[in-house]
Write a protein that binds this ligand. Structure first.
Ligand SMILES: [Zn+2]
Length: 394
């Protein structure tokens, strides 16, 4: 895995320790975004969707290595998803993760607790006792299939004033798919994942939220229908927010290669979906960008599209990718990007800004080299897709 990029990204200048604390240095955000060619100082980014794999899968990522990757990417706060072993469905199980965080974390790490026991969807986790220890509740990695189970979870979450963070996926529609059910799948004989598997569950949840009135957040939306459903729900006054990932905004299934680096769940959708997501970013339907940083071993990602594990890393490339593809191209402003990476997630999840900052030189270009990643995961689609910049956004 020593592929070098053939195009340039904007590079963080202060390398390993450019995340630092500053006290009383900046009086307002506007002060941070001058057009100066000097270093640019941002408020520390906040990613509400990462997989740090401990306890249970430390060969994929540890909390320490995940934190280092996050810090290099400019993140000073992350929320860790609960598809672990054991799943944090009880105080005892969550405590195991918190102990590691207290020992190893070098940035602020806020763990999720699961919605259901073992994320199996059959029985609620100990939500009452977990509420004070967890940032929110999620069964990320799988959807809660049963309407009744989700209804009960939302009722509990409402009583506890916690957010339900939903990975929306209808299992019965998956049919063994592993990439988007679109042109690429058709032409290369792959089994596709249809868009409805995502948006049908979002539609169901929106109705439940209307009925119950809890706080609700949708993970990694990838389809145009999802954007439209959430846009309408917001107009209807539903307490809903959502995130998408950097990859869904800058590449699509026309960029797919026969390589595990292009496999994640949800999958890269069509160009139309991607453009709808960009519209969603622009009009505020999509509140935040979360990387869904999901490291796996090299072996697990070396089995092509069909057999590789779902998930790619994202913390170390998010800002360079988004700045290069969305800000430099004039699609969104730098201020908007900071809202998406920092201000909005912190607001929704009530994560304090503190004095965290991250410092970048936006004029210096660099080449992505996965061997240089601090994450144990090296699978990223942003190494060789040189045609990304070409014409998508013209
Ligand atoms: Zn997910």
């Amino acid at each position: 895995m020593s592929e070098l990029a053939k195009y340039k990204f904007i590079r963080p200048e202060m390398n390993h320790d450019f995340v630092c604390k500053a006290e009383g240095v900046f009086s307002s955000f506007s002060e941070l975004f001058s057009d100066s060619k000097e270093y640019v100082v941002f408020p520390g980014f906040c990613d509400v969707h990462v997989h740090f794999r401990e306890p249970g899968f430390s060969y994929k990522e540890t909390i320490y290595d995940g934190c280092c990757a996050a810090a290099r990417g400019g993140y000073t706060a992350v929320c860790t998803m609960p598809n672990l072993n054991p799943v944090p469905d009880s105080v005892e199980h969550l405590k195991m993760q918190i102990d590691i965080i207290e020992r190893d974390a070098i940035i602020n790490v806020y763990p999720y607790a699961s919605i259901t026991v073992n994320e199996a969807g059959n029985e609620l986790s100990d939500m009452e006792n977990l509420a004070d220890m967890a940032i929110a509740f999620s069964d990320d990695g799988r959807g809660v299939q049963s309407d009744d189970m989700m209804r009960e979870a939302m009722k509990k979450a409402k009583a506890l004033d916690k957010i339900i963070v939903a990975h929306c996926e209808v299992n019965s529609l998956l049919k063994g798919g592993y990439i988007h059910d679109g042109e690429y799948a058709k032409h290369h004989n792959h089994r596709g994942i249809c868009s409805a598997s995502e948006y049908e569950q979002i539609a169901r949840d929106i109705e439940l939220v209307k009925e119950i009135g809890c706080k609700y957040h949708v993970c990694h939306i990838s389809t145009k229908e999802s954007v439209e459903l959430i846009r309408q729900a917001k107009k209807d006054g539903v307490d809903i927010t959502c995130e998408t990932g950097p990859h869904y905004l800058v590449i699509d299934d026309s960029d797919l290669q026969e390589d595990g680096r292009f496999k994640m769940n949800p999958p890269l959708r069509s160009r139309e979906d991607r453009l709808a997501l960009i519209e969603g970013i622009k009009d505020g339907t999509i509140d935040m960008i979360a990387t869904d940083h999901a490291p796996h071993s090299a072996e697990e990602k070396a089995k092509g599209l069909e057999k590789s594990a779902f998930g790619i890393v994202g913390l170390e490339t998010a800002l360079p990718v988004l700045y290069t593809k969305l800000v430099k191209t004039g699609i969104i402003t730098l201020n908007k990007l900071v809202d998406l990476l920092c201000v909005n997630p912190r607001k929704r999840f009530n994560i304090p800004m503190g004095e965290d900052i991250t410092v970048w030189d936006l004029n210096e270009e660099f080449t992505v080299d996965v061997n240089d990643f601090l994450s144990l995961g090296k699978a990223t689609e942003f190494t060789s897709v040189i045609y990304l910049l070409k014409s998508h956004f013209r």
